[in-house]
Design a protein around this ligand. Sequence first.
Ligand SMILES: [Zn+2]
Length: 369
Amino acid sequence: MRSVLPRFAKAYVENSNFEIADFKEFLQDGRIEIHLSRIPEKPIECYRCGSPLQARRGKHRMRLEGLPIMGIRVFIFLWREKGDCPKCKKARAERITLVSTETPHLTQDYAWWLGRLCEIAAVSRVAELVNLDETTTWRLDLARMQKMISCYKIPPITRISVDEVYARKKPKHPGENRNARFFTVITDLDTRKVIWVTEGRDEASLDAFFTIIGKTACRKITVVAADQHDDYARSVRKHCPGATLVWDRFHVMQNFEKALNEQRKILHEEFRKNSNLSELTRGKYRFIFLKKDSRRTEEERRHIDEIVKDNDQFLKLELIKERMLTFFDQPDMYQGRRVFHDVGGWILEGGFKELELWSCPQLNVHFLG
Ligand SMILES: [Zn+2]
């Protein structure tokens, strides 16, 4: 054994029942082994409750992997004792702080490091990076998340957003309700952090969240941003008497663009009958119509110019779109209302039926209501 041990090796046995018995370097194999031996006089404690273990029930050999050093893998070998715990009234393994609480194959520090990596990258990529089995990494991540959630508390909230995300593409069992394939994700709008997730995407999914936080917390909620479906709205009205329901930007714009595109299709059909330029308004160019003018390339701009040059309706459609795109950049509510007012007026003026269908609910509920 070497007389001078590296600092990191000593750190592994600090404040423990063990001392280093052997330190071996197999640098050609990219591996270091640290063999530990027990300090006999130290008491052995239950890993669960910390009581001293009584009658011994045997021991088993452990091989732990630690945080690699300069690309060299580190393995720690020791014997773990088992004994009767008077408090748990069971045979229990001894407490060794060095061992990760999530898996008996890794040290605490290495497990923590892998967990941090899993927070910022996909589990499969982390497994690939550190050369670990994907299932092991997945289990470690799951155990870590379960531990985190067991001591997680939903923070106090006043403004939240609610949205759905796909949980899985395929049903779990045949005939599964489509809603069950979604999660409802609740985000704190002030901290921009996800604070809770429930299964499904219907009224009951959001009800579940409000039930967890309780009536007092619900009363403190002033704003809920959600998509335009009725399920979430019903739940908010039921539980949060003081909350204003706001449609979120993404869904408002998504519906606007859908209506805009429907309108383009109708104009294209009319255009086709009496113009030789109708090729330019076909569906394959729809993305140019929906694009903000400042983001268009020179060529796309020429394309649009060509169309609006002798077609008033396309020109109006273009104006409506450009004005609507400035809506969320307005500095205050007054300016916001003006945008809506302009857009609504132009839609009526142009007789754009598809856009009218879109604008009526928006105007009634939010700006005139
Ligand atoms: Zn115990």
